[in-house]
Design a protein around this ligand. Structure first.
Ligand SMILES: Nc1ncnc2c1ncn2[C@@H]1O[C@H](COP(=O)(O)OP(=O)(O)OP(=O)(O)O)[C@@H](O)[C@H]1O
Length: 243
């Protein structure tokens, strides 16, 4: 459903003025309903790759195909219309905007209270307590993350992208987040692409892709990848550090 062909991303290094390759010849495929996790060391190019799929960055070379169509030159809005959605890194918090309004915007139609509540229940929120809450600082980081996931459910995206969903939430909320992702993987029809360092998220992946220094250095099922990740000194330290 999503295919990246020979994607490259180059920028000019501000100090040296020389070209710097952030991503090199990335080829990857995400199949319908596949739950793919991209991992790798800090600064290896994972977020840049996510941005290229969302459409907030343009690759300097290569092609992006979504459901067989070339979307390389489509902007973020056109890609959203085609069915690519992502959770905001900085959650939207607008004074006066209610959770139910956000879900309604996401769905692109009027939703009954029952429908809005069903999206919130799916992400483990006691729906009736949240549907009329204002999207402001009174919501915790973990609650906002779940509301964003509910928003993606309401949008019925074909491909949902999450860049480090674990960032900024406490251990308790993280445990719930894992349950929600696991449930998403089992119950929803769309594909999911997650950038994560967390072993617990890697554990629920259908496919794990490792990016090192701008290149895909390995990929496979979790059964194939876990022994490899744990078998190298770097990865071992890396996973331990993240635990
Ligand atoms: N527009 C840009 N101009 C210059 N450098 C950039 C640009 N975009 C990304 N980079 C650099 O590219 C490298 C990869 O960044 P990216 O954020 O994709 O890494 P990452 O793997 O997501 O890292 P992390 O795990 O720390 O989030 C970094 O060194 C970053 O500073």
């Amino acid at each position: 459903m999503l295919e990246l062909r020979n994607i490259g991303f180059e920028v000019e290094d501000e100090t040296t003025g020389k070209k710097k390759e952030i991503l090199k010849n990335i080829n990857l495929k995400i199949e319908p309903e596949q739950f793919v996790v991209i991992t790798g060391p800090n600064g290896s190019g994972k977020s840049t790759l996510a941005k290229i799929v969302m459409g907030t960055e343009q690759p300097t070379s290569g092609q992006i195909l979504f459901e067989g169509k070339d979307i390389t030159n489509l902007d973020i809005t056109e890609r959203a219309k085609a069915g690519i959605g992502f959770a905001f890194q900085q959650p939207v918090r607008f004074k006066g905007l209610l959770v139910r309004d956000l879900l309604r915007f996401a769905a692109g139609k009027n939703l009954s209270t029952e429908e809005s509540c069903s999206y919130l229940s799916q992400v483990g929120l006691c729906a009736i307590d949240y549907v009329n809450r204002e999207l402001n600082d009174s919501l915790s980081g973990g609650e906002m993350k779940r509301i964003e996931i509910a928003m993606l459910l309401a949008r019925n995206t074909k491909l949902s992208i999450f860049d480090e969903p674990e960032a900024g939430i406490d251990l308790w909320s993280f445990q719930n987040l894992i349950k929600i992702f696991d449930q998403l993987r089992k119950e929803t029809k769309g594909s999911v692409l997650i950038i994560s360092h967390q072993e617990r998220i890697l554990e629920i992946a259908d496919k794990i892709i490792i990016i090192t220094d701008g290149e895909i250095t390995d990929e496979g099922s979790k059964e194939e990848m876990f022994p490899k990740l744990l078998g190298t000194v770097d990865a071992c330290e890396y996973l331990r550090m993240e635990a």
